[in-house]
Write a protein that binds this ligand. Sequence first.
Ligand code: 9MR
Length: 460
Amino acid sequence: MKMGKICNWIFYVIVCFITLSLTSCASDDNGNDASGVLAPVAQEATDISLTSFKANWDNVFRASEYVLDVSTTNDFSSFVDGFNNLSINQLSQSVTGLMSNTTYYYRVRAVVSGVISGNSNIVSAETNTEFPDDITLKSATENNFFVGVAVSEARTNISSYDEIYMREFSSITAENDMKMASIFTGIDNTGAIIYDWSKVDALVDYAETNNLNVHGHTLIWHRSLPQALENFSGTDQEFEDLIEQYITDVLTRYQGKINSWDVVNEAIDDDPNVQWRDTVFLQRMGEDYVEKCFAFARAADPDIKLFYNDYNMTFDATKRGKVLDLVDQLLLENIIDGVGYQMHIDYNFPSTQQIQDATDELVAKDVLIHFAELDVKVNAANDLTELTEERAMAQSQRVKEVVEIFNAIPQSKKYAITVWGLKDDDTWLIPENNGRPEWPLLFDDSFDKKSSYQGFLEGL
Ligand code: 9MR
């Protein structure tokens, strides 16, 4: 009887043991599985934002790496792009480029001596619905570099604009109001330039009142040519004297108020075999006209930071080479301080590596760096009639990459990132100019932050 009970008891223990072993072999729960490697314990997600979170897990003894999966379903029947079997050699991983207000799931495995464990427990993380209101572009970049926005005088002193300019930005650039054709309105019969300072004065006052830096754009640009210069009948020397007078007058009038200027914009030709774009300035002043303009500006005020600004710098290596040669030349004469790479880019072009390489080449020069005119097209292929969530995320990721690249520039060389307009329906890329709709900026038509805004913050 007693013996029988003991037998039953032993039998019961054996059955339990076998059952437990089988369960743990088949289970995805943490613990030893068939691999013999302990699975990690996944921990709560942290740093949750609108489009990202950080996945965390505990150390597994002797693990050389971990492998992470992220999915929108808890059966992991599909994976978030780039997060299937992702190898990581730390105990956390930022998961970015996500949709807002969405639940994600993650699990992780450990690799010990080349053997991979079973899955950890599954952790869910829900991305935020609201943008953070305790951080702004300005607060996140304070003291590091200017975060600028292209404005027009007509879009200031309007509360919906003012509120965002002041909250988010530390610098403004006139999208058009400080161009030559806007200021230089004619030549009187004594040969003197007739000026209209009204919009520049208004913008400079606005900036002063609201504690915003002003980056001047642009003294000399072939696409903003006053009629009086286009049809100028005087000699080449008289033409050049007018240019010197103009540069001197503008810089002197705003001395101490506009501390940096694009002196010449887009002077280099796109044709690889041609150095200078054929403009009236080239024709009238000769091949050293860019040099002359920088020298006039330096002479007017040696403290103003002088920039050269051009487009396609990130992917057209030949054009960039020509620009960088020009920069070397101007540096020899100490008449340049900075370079603007215009950032009119696409959500999928150029590659991040191209932007990085182009930036590295500029970092090698002794100049301040301006990522100017940032806007990110999402509809170059004209395949959208509205901005989809997916494309908005891709745009956000792109903005993040650009900001990351800028942010990694040595501190002493960071000047500014300037966004080319505040909200999508203010962009120069409107269908009338562009032949298709675009949504290239950080705010939507209703002044609301877009995912691309969040991307900017995440790049910092
Ligand atoms: O965005 C500007 C647009 O409103 C003007 O019509 C256009 C012509 O003056 O200039 C646009 O800005 C340009 C900038 O001044 C220089 N780089 C290229 C920009 C887009 O054309």
